[in-house]
Design a protein around this ligand. Sequence first.
Ligand SMILES: [Ca+2]
Ligand SMILES: [Ca+2]
Length: 395
Amino acid sequence: MSSIRTTTPPAPSNLTTTAALTTATPSFIDGIINKIPLPRWALIAIAVAAGLLLILFLICIIKCCCCKKKHKKKEKLNLQSINGSTTASLVQPDMDDLESGLEDEKRGRLQYSLEYNFRSQEMKVGVKQAADLKAMDSGGTSDPYVIVYLTSDMKKKYETKVYRKTLNPVFNETFTFQIPQAEVSESSLVMQIYDFNRFAKHDIIGEVRLPLGDFDLQHVIEQWQELTAASKREQERLGEICFSLRYIPTTSKLTVVILEAKKLKKMDSSGLSDPFVKVQLILNKKKWKKKKTGVKKSTLSPYFNEMFTFEVPFNQIQNVDLVISVWDHDKVTKNEQIGKVFLGCRATGNQLRHWSDMLANPRRPIAQWHCLQPVEEVDNALQLKSHFKLPLPGK
Ligand SMILES: [Ca+2]
Ligand SMILES: [Ca+2]
């Protein structure tokens, strides 16, 4: 009998193993089989069916595992292709910012539109809507509104309405700026989202800053962009000035030639300024000598070509600061400073370079352009506000 049982019909592998086992303990298995009230062929059929089911079950599990792995691979591939496209395309600021925004705090995003009319020289800015704004109030909401301006004319700022208690405001407001085509590429559009507070300072949630030179304004632009942290202080364009310096140690003569200025800030309602330049020497943080150019009426790019000579002994040249400030002349009101720069051994960057070039090349006039800096910033650096009476060396 046992020999017949071991040659039971060929079945899946697990069955043959049980068959092999039967040879080891034939009497025990025989006992169990004989106790079951079913014919032998029925038992074999059940065993085969169970085996097939088990195999099917195993195949299913294996297939599922494979699918999950493939899916993950696909996801990875997709992410890679997205990353690749963001680095490749330069005119997709929203994707770039999305990536940097992930590292930074989430502030939300803004949908806007841009349309430039070349005939009327008008820029139409649509502030559409914002989404997922950062909650600034204790209730987990904000009261957002948007301030819109161009860096080329900061006097003209627009504001949207305030939307109470929402992180997804729909503004749908359009603002029009007059801006000559020549100025567009050097200007930036700034949209700052603030949280309104009735009894406290309004908090800035974030901003979108768009250098207009990066856009093809032949088409209407409409897109979403992640908000970034607002820049600490607006670097207003004040203008540039060109002057030459010459120092002759043997004769103690410092010669400053104010040559010209350009792109000066508009100070008058006419959209122009009446610039003149003050040339000032500071010795040991105290005002020392001062001269100024004539006034050039109604221009943002004046040409001066005026020369000033100061006597500065060689032993004092290290203690001297040269301050060049550009002013707007006004007949009725007080003259206003547009911006200034200072040179000397305490200066930095471009200004220090010009000064050391002058010292390194005695007798040779060295001309250079400088970007005007905010008055307060330069005054603070010079500490002109301090009224210490410092002992003057020499005279
Ligand atoms: Ca608020
Ligand atoms: Ca004026």
